[in-house]
Design a protein around this ligand. Structure first.
Ligand code: NAP
Ligand code: GLV
Length: 309
């Protein structure tokens, strides 16, 4: 049994060293080095090259080194019958919640507007809104969405959440399913997307949805670029129906320098860094799953192939 690390973001050595520090006896390989393909039972991956998993005849688990698994389902060559796991981690959820709160406060207190005015040496006060003035709506009440909703309630916001199945979270007005979507949207001053990217949620942030929001609503997309129809957002910002957007994720990453988002002053962009897997925090669960695999025990955090998350 052995583990192979596959990722293309220059962090293979970081992950390999962290795994070996936690368990020096673990046979761990980078996919870039010479390694015995038939020994590999677990692949710990992040945005792997398409097709790179099909060379392991004894692969028994595909482990995502992040919360999302959309990139795995996009690869049609992945083996059919083996489990796919993902990370569930308190830092991943906590960092996301902090990022969303920071995005909301920056907009509430007009920092985004003032940053633009600063580049033009413009002194122009703008009325600010208070926590009690706005309703924050979270699409997706899973590991990240639920904690973010709870933290927003703690901060004193009115909070709503929407998910596939009905949830009960103290202080949060919850909605579920497509029939509830309009009711959820029409009172949303800030709309936060924390859905997984699946065939059902692909392109969900589009004109039809935006038009159901109150005028002046603000969009925060921290889930995946594929949720957003870029031109629909740009049109709604241009016509003034939406007041702005804070984006962390894009169809293409890094975003092409020619993309119109760069030049739209109502958009704040961060480079897909809202919440990043912390090796120290997540490696114990990866090692535990490796052990579970070795001992034929049930794996933790297995995703549903049927639901796609
Ligand atoms: P999760 O625990 O799987 O939760 C997903 C939530 O979305 C669940 O509440 C689920 O409803 C809901 N949902 C799924 N499909 C839906 C649909 N068709 N209609 C309504 N609700 C639907 O996921 P998570 O761990 O919170 O992560 C969410 C996403 O955040 C990830 O998939 C990833 O794309 C993104 N992410 C981004 C970053 C970043 O740095 N930007 C970092 C980590 C993760 P049910 O509860 O009823 O199933
Ligand atoms: C990051 O985007 C993740 O899915 O963990």
């Amino acid at each position: 049994m052995a583990l192979v690390l596959i990722r293309q973001d220059g962090k293979i050595d970081l992950w390999k060293n962290a795994l070996l520090k936690a368990n020096p006896d673990l046979p761990t390989y980078s996919y870039l080095e010479e390694h015995p393909k038939e020994d590999i039972t677990m692949a710990l991956i992040w945005k792997h090259p398409e097709g790179s998993l099909s060379i392991y005849p004894n692969l028994k688990c595909i482990a995502s080194a992040g919360a999302g698994v959309d990139y795995i389902f996009e690869d049609e060559t992945i083996p059919n019958a083996i489990p796919i796991t993902r990370l569930v981690d308190p830092y991943l959820a906590g960092d996301m919640s902090e990022h969303v709160l920071a995005s909301i406060f920056a907009e509430l207190k007009n920092f985004n507007t003032y940053k633009v005015q600063q580049t033009q040496a413009v002194w122009k006060p703008k009325n600010y809104r208070r926590i009690t003035d706005v309703t924050i709506s979270i699409m997706g009440l899973g590991e990240l969405g639920a904690l973010t909703a709870k933290d927003l309630v703690q901060s004193g916001f009115k909070v709503q959440g929407w998910s596939r199945s009905k949830k009960s979270i103290a202080g949060v007005t919850t909605f579920s399913g497509n029939n509830d979507l309009n009711k959820f949207l029409r009172t949303s001053d800030f709309l936060v997307c924390l859905l997984p990217l699946t065939p059902e949620t692909n392109g969900i942030l589009n004109t039809v949805l935006f038009e159901q929001l109150p005028k002046g609503a603000y969009i925060i997309n921290v889930a995946r670029g594929g949720h957003l129809v870029d031109n629909d957002l740009l049109a709604q910002l241009d016509n003034g129906h939406l007041s702005g957007a804070c984006l962390d994720v894009y169809h293409q990453e890094p975003l092409a320098v020619t993309h119109p988002f760069w030049k739209q002053p109502k958009i704040i962009m961060t480079p897909h860094y809202a919440s990043v897997s912390d090796t120290k925090s997540v490696i114990p669960q990866i090692l535990e799953n490796y052990k579970n695999l070795q001992n034929g025990k049930e794996l933790m955090n297995v995703v549903s192939r049927k639901k796609g998350y």
